[in-house]
Design a protein around this ligand. Sequence first.
Ligand SMILES: NC(=O)c1ccc[n+]([C@@H]2O[C@H](COP(=O)([O-])OP(=O)(O)OC[C@H]3O[C@@H](n4cnc5c(N)ncnc54)[C@H](OP(=O)(O)O)[C@@H]3O)[C@@H](O)[C@H]2O)c1
Length: 322
Amino acid sequence: MKAIVQDTYGSADVLELRDVAEPVVGENEVLVRVRAAGAGPDVWHVMAGKPYFARLMLGFRRPKERIRGWDVAGTVEAVGAGVTRFAPGDEVMGVAPGSFAELAIGKADKLVPKPARLSFEEAAALPVSGVTALQSLRKAEVRPGQRVLVVGAAGGVGSLTVQMAKALGAHVTGVASTSKLELVRSIGADDAIDYTREDFTDGSRRWDVIVDTAGRRPLRRLRRALTPKGTLVIVGGDGGGRWTGGFFRGMLRGPLLSLFVGQKLGMISSKETQEDLQAVAELIEAGSVTPVIDRTFDLVEAADAIRYLEQGHPRGKVVVTV
Ligand SMILES: NC(=O)c1ccc[n+]([C@@H]2O[C@H](COP(=O)([O-])OP(=O)(O)OC[C@H]3O[C@@H](n4cnc5c(N)ncnc54)[C@H](OP(=O)(O)O)[C@@H]3O)[C@@H](O)[C@H]2O)c1
């Protein structure tokens, strides 16, 4: 089968389209014929092996998993002996390591039925970003009527966070660059701030909850935009340094500072559980959330998809079609 493979860490140039052996399904696994695979910063991090501390899990000199891709949407080709939830022909979405390929194996508990109203491309945009958006808002304990600020509101995670916060009954403000403000409003934000023209951390406006997916603004500035008892959930943002990727801002400094101030400052490390993949699918079925697709690239163009992502300004999600 055709797959996008890398032998070493590096730029998108290390990604090559090759013929590789088809994967063999294990007992609790599902073999998926891939129709579309999400391309997000998670793929970039594994490709580049950055931040370096991530290599503790990924492999020191080269990634243990040679085929890239994680988000998947496709059709079940075969199931392991222990799988009863799925049968060949079912349309599924979820995560499957090595989804930049014609076939990929996913654990049965990391897949859910694809919502019927979505195309494979739309479904592939959801697993990591949707679960991250859901878990961020849950961590912040968002309640109806609260004022929620989403930084990076036009990105893969941000565009879903805006819609889910609205579904929870919050008053939502999205932060994005000039050309994305219309998009941010169109997906339901009550208000949109252009971060190239306005500093939302100048203390003139405050929010009960900030979900921070971009920009890596210092904690002291983000705190100025939070109410005295407000909650900051750090999701990510590029440019945090090649060793730790700014991990300690949210993982250590935020929680430590929270012990001494009224605000809660923390980070999320999302996990694609079946329950939360299902919860995301239900929000889709209910019509509360619709994935935003920026561009699709063919499998053979996967490296270009990553180069496009590297520019740091997608409008929603980038998807690789197979
Ligand atoms: N913690 C976790 O479990 C978890 C899970 C998933 C993702 N992440 C991380 O979360 C981050 C966002 O992921 P994503 O998939 O949403 O990325 P993405 O699709 O690449 O979106 C990033 C967005 O950031 C915006 N942006 C860039 N610079 C900005 C700035 N200075 N201020 C405000 N917005 C800015 C861009 O929009 P403009 O064009 O408007 O600038 C873009 O839409 C990444 O760092 C990713 O690694 C973490």
